[in-house]
Design a protein around this ligand. Structure first.
Ligand SMILES: [Zn+2]
Length: 206
């Protein structure tokens, strides 16, 4: 489910490329794929400084949302939420890329899936099919994971309160934000914040 390729051959080639890229911690691939470690249930950027896991313990995802969806949690060292963001995937359709961009801008927070599909000039059924095919999840799930990754970034990089971060990330109540965060990341936003505040206080700035 992690990768969607038409042919087994192509997948083998791609997998080999990812393997080499992560072993070399090749920065050119940062943001293009994510490495999930089955034994720890953590996922990383290809440039993660942590020890390299064995290939048989690894699976690859082309989007952080997919890794979250599969039950992996973002690594605290390389922070997948801060990876460069690009949808220049091989074979992505324009409708799909536009849908991703609009969802990331909050299209599903204020309007329905039907309205989004209409804006793209496609049916909502086709839009759902596209997401299923490309990412293995629904547009709404993608929207939620994106909100959570955005919230996580704010937890790291801003001094905003958890309530404000929840609202800024498109959650209409702190309770909903807490629940969704806990469910996907297995920690409450407050718990997530704690070790980081500790780190800010104890890491000399350079
Ligand atoms: Zn990592």
């Amino acid at each position: 489910m992690s990768l969607h390729w038409d042919k087994g051959e192509k997948m083998d080639h791609q997998q080999r490329q990812y393997q080499l890229a992560r072993q070399a911690r090749d920065a050119r691939f940062d943001g293009q794929f994510f490495v999930a470690v089955k034994t720890t249930k953590i996922f990383c950027r290809p440039i993660c400084p942590a020890n390299l896991p064995k290939e048989e313990n690894v699976e690859y995802f082309i989007d952080a949302a997919q890794a979250l969806h599969a039950g992996y949690r973002p690594c605290l060292r390389c922070r997948p939420d801060s990876a460069p963001h690009s949808w220049a995937w091989r074979g992505s359709s324009t409708s799909f890329e536009r849908a991703l961009a609009l969802i990331e801008q909050g299209a599903l927070q204020h309007a329905t899936l039907e309205a989004l599909a209409e804006r793209l000039g496609i049916s909502d059924r086709y839009l759902r099919q596209l997401f299923q095919k490309k990412l293995g999840m629904s547009p709404k799930q993608y929207a939620l994971y994106h909100q959570l990754m955005f919230a996580k970034q704010l937890l790291h990089s801003s001094n905003m309160s958890i309530m404000d971060i929840g609202f800024a990330s498109g959650f209409n109540s702190t309770r909903r934000f807490n629940d969704a965060f806990q469910k996907a990341l297995n920690l409450t936003p407050a718990k997530y914040d704690e070790p980081l505040i500790y780190r800010w206080k104890h890491t000399p700035s350079n």
